[in-house]
Ligand binder design. Sequence first.
Ligand code: MRU
Length: 344
Amino acid sequence: MGQLELLDQTLLPTSVEMLPFHDLHGVHEAIVSLRVRGAPAIGIAAAYGVVVGLQDAIRRRASTKESVQLATEACDYLATSRPTAVNLFWALDRMKRVIDRNTGVASAVELGNQLLREARLIHDEDRRMCHAIGEYGAALFEEGFGILTHCNTGGLATSEYGTALAAILTAHDQGKDIHVFADETRPLLQGARLTMWELQQYGVPCTLICDSMAPQVMREGRIQAVIVGADRITARGDTANKIGTYGVAIAAKHHGVPFYVAAPTSTFDLSIVEGNEIPIEQRKSEEITCAFGRRTAPEGVSVYNPAFDVTPAELITAIVTERGVIHPVDEQHVRAMVVRNASV
Ligand code: MRU
């Protein structure tokens, strides 16, 4: 009987620990608590989560009818884990289509095999998309560039290599002399804990700054490009990403620094046009008042904790996808790039 193994990202950078998952609730909890996080990685984990959710039915040799129902319920349940990253729903829709195509299979095992096949496909496609994004993105960086990034968009957040971080890593692999500035990314410090950890592993020259320092670092002329990932991009190019991204985009505009978004086409939601239609996840107040086990605000204070913000297309210089670079960022160019059926 298979199990899903995930690296527990909440423990980084002090501890590298793989966690085994045997049941659906564990996978759901892992996504909610950010043990696995980052838009593409959430989608991939959820796809495997559906397979994990079917293991009990396989063990019991449940009927096809019951297995189909359980797998469908698993998709619906996993879809309640986090609302903003569209990759989650994109992956679960694919899993649901597999379930619909296999209602006539002979057994729970056969359904499980089909679902596992699809989850592996989603995983492999993401790997290829990351590498293609890396190639297109690296071309945007010149020798000597200081590059600012926000949150974490590397292998931890994807299948491997990442999106925005793939562009940075590819430029580094190509021998370009670049220096990365990583925002720490309050409140959960994905930049400090995860991006710095990944950049260190790859030997990319990098400097950690507090989120509030980014405009000053731009003013000092240290940043020649900003590149971030995305959790959902609308048809006109409005982009939801980790809270704080919007402020970085405004600062970049003010300082004449190009602001790039890097994301696979699985992060686009063409069913909505305006960024204000993107559901923004609200998270627990404790993430701000006592994250990492230490109280940093008085008990009982009122807290507002949106996990994401939306950067309007007007502030985005270009969006790097696995199919090429969208520029200028508007509905016509987004649809032209994304609607094609091509896959890498
Ligand atoms: O709350 P998180 O850590 O899941 O947020 C992640 C981000 O905002 C990333 O920038 C985004 O998912 C892109 S990951 C390639």
